[in-house]
Design a protein around this ligand. Structure first.
Ligand SMILES: *Cc1c(COP(=O)(O)O)cnc(C)c1O
Length: 356
C-alpha cells in the first residue's frame, strides 16, 4: 500500500510537534539560553552554547524537514542561508546563477564571489540557457518561480540536463514546500526564506537550507555556529507557531491571487499579467509609475510594501528599487487572506482610479 501524503493543512498543523504526553503543551515554549549546563570533558556530546544548538530551533527544523523531505538547517534569515551556500564556493569554481533571482543572491555573487575568484555565469530563468552555461559548474542555482518575474523551470528537467556533478540549489521561497519539494525532484539543496509565506505575519526573518546529504547538513551547521548566522529562539518559536496556519493561509492567498489574476486579465488598462497558476504572487503592468501611484492612492486594502507571502495584501512598483529589469509600471502583487470579494472590489476601484 502506498502511503498517501496527508493534506497541506494537516501536515502544517502537526509538523514537528512532540508526542502527546499528559501535562505537556502541543508546542513547547521557547528555550532561552546562551549557555547550557556542561559538566565534564565530553564537551561535544550536547550543545554547550547557543551557537551550537537549541531545542526550539530543533523542533522547527524537524517541522520544516517533514515539509521539505530532507534534513534542515535553520538560519537567521533567508540571506544567511543563501550566503552559507554561496560563500562555500572556492576560487576557480563556477557558479551559474539566474539574472532575475533574488537581488541579494545576485549582489553576493557580484560583489563577494567574483572578488574571490569564483567564476559567475549569469543566465535567464530558462532551461536552455541554464544548460548552455552549466559546463564544469560547481553549483547551479535556480529560483522557480523567479522573483519578481515569476518565470518557472522544471527542477527535474534541470537536474536531468545538467547531470549529477554540479550542486543543484533551488530557491524554494516563492513556491513553498507545499507546492514544490525540490529534493524529491533531484536538487541537492532547497534554500528558502521563512520570512515570507511560511511565517506569514510579516513579523520576523528566518531562513533555512533543506538537504538530502547529512554531510552537507553537518557542514552547514558548523558554518552557522562558527559565523554566528543563528536564529533567535523566540523567532524560531513564533515561526513554528505560525506554521499551524500555513496551509490555510496559502489556500486562501492562492484563491485570492487566482481571482486577482483573472480580474486583471479582463482589463484593457492592465498589461503583462503574470501568474504561474499557483501561489499568492501576481505580476502585472500599469501604464507608468504615475498610474501605479494613483493605484496605491485609491486602494484601501493593498498596502505598499516590499516582501510577499503575508496575511495582508501588499504590492510594490518593483522599478523603484532600480535592481530589476522590469517596466516602470510593473507591480508585484502579493495576495493576502482578506475576503476575496472585498479584495476584488477594492482592486477594481483602485484600477479605475489609476487609469482615470
Ligand atoms: C526574501 C527572499 C530571500 C531572502 O530572505 P530574507 O529572509 O529576507 O533574508 C531569498 N530568496 C527569495 C526568493 C526571497 O524572496
Amino acid at each position: 500500500m502506498s502511503a498517501r501524503r496527508r493534506g497541506d493543512s494537516t501536515r502544517s498543523v502537526h509538523a514537528g510537534l512532540p508526542p502527546a504526553e499528559n501535562g505537556t503543551p502541543y508546542l513547547p515554549g521557547p528555550t532561552f539560553a546562551s549557555a547550557y549546563h556542561l559538566a565534564g570533558d565530553d564537551v561535544h556530546a550536547v550543545p554547550g552554547y547557543l551557537r551550537e544548538g537549541n531545542p526550539t530551533w530543533a523542533a522547527y527544523e524537524a517541522a520544516l524537514a517533514e515539509l521539505e523531505g530532507g534534513e534542515v538547517v535553520l538560519f537567521a534569515s533567508g540571506m544567511a542561508a543563501c550566503s552559507a551556500l554561496l560563500l562555500a564556493l572556492e576560487p576557480g569554481q563556477i557558479l551559474v546563477v539566474p539574472d532575475d533571482c533574488y537581488f541579494g543572491v545576485r549582489v553576493v555573487a557580484r560583489d563577494h564571489l567574483v572578488a574571490r575568484g569564483v567564476v559567475v555565469r549569469s543566465v535567464p530563468t530558462d532551461l536552455d540557457a541554464v544548460v548552455a552555461a552549466c559546463a564544469d559548474a560547481a553549483m547551479v542555482w535556480i529560483e522557480t518561480p523567479s522573483n519578481p518575474k515569476l518565470d518557472v523551470l522544471d527542477v527535474a528537467a534541470v537536474r536531468a540536463a545538467i547531470g549529477p556533478d554540479a550542486t543543484l540549489v533551488v530557491d524554494n521561497t516563492l513556491a513553498t514546500p507545499l507546492v514544490q519539494r525540490p529534493l524529491e525532484l533531484g536538487a541537492d539543496v532547497s534554500v528558502a526564506s521563512a520570512s515570507k509565506h511560511l511565517t506569514g505575519h510579516s513579523d520576523l526573518l528566518l531562513g533555512y537550507c533543506a538537504v538530502s546529504d547529512p554531510e552537507r547538513a553537518a557542514a552547514l551547521r558548523a558554518w552557522r555556529g562558527l559565523t554566528g548566522a543563528i536564529p533567535g529562539p523566540f523567532e524560531a518559536w513564533l515561526a513554528h507557531r505560525s506554521l499551524a496556519t500555513f496551509g490555510v493561509r496559502v489556500e486562501r492567498g492562492t484563491a485570492n491571487a487566482r481571482a486577482v489574476a483573472d480580474l486583471l486579465g479582463t482589463r484593457d488598462d492592465v498589461r503583462g499579467v503574470r501568474y504561474p497558476g499557483f501561489g499568492t504572487v501576481v505580476g502585472f503592468e500599469l501604464a507608468d509609475a504615475a498610474a501605479v501611484a494613483r493605484f496605491f492612492g485609491a486602494s484601501s486594502l493593498v498596502t505598499e510594501a516590499t516582501s510577499f507571502g503575508g496575511v495582508h495584501t501588499n504590492a510594490e512598483r518593483r522599478g523603484r528599487w532600480g535592481s530589476d529589469d522590469v517596466a516602470e509600471g510593473f507591480v508585484r502583487f502579493s495576495a493576502g487572506i482578506e475576503d476575496t470579494e472585498d479584495l476584488l472590489a477594492d482592486l477594481i476601484a483602485a484600477l479605475d482610479a489609476a487609469s482615470a
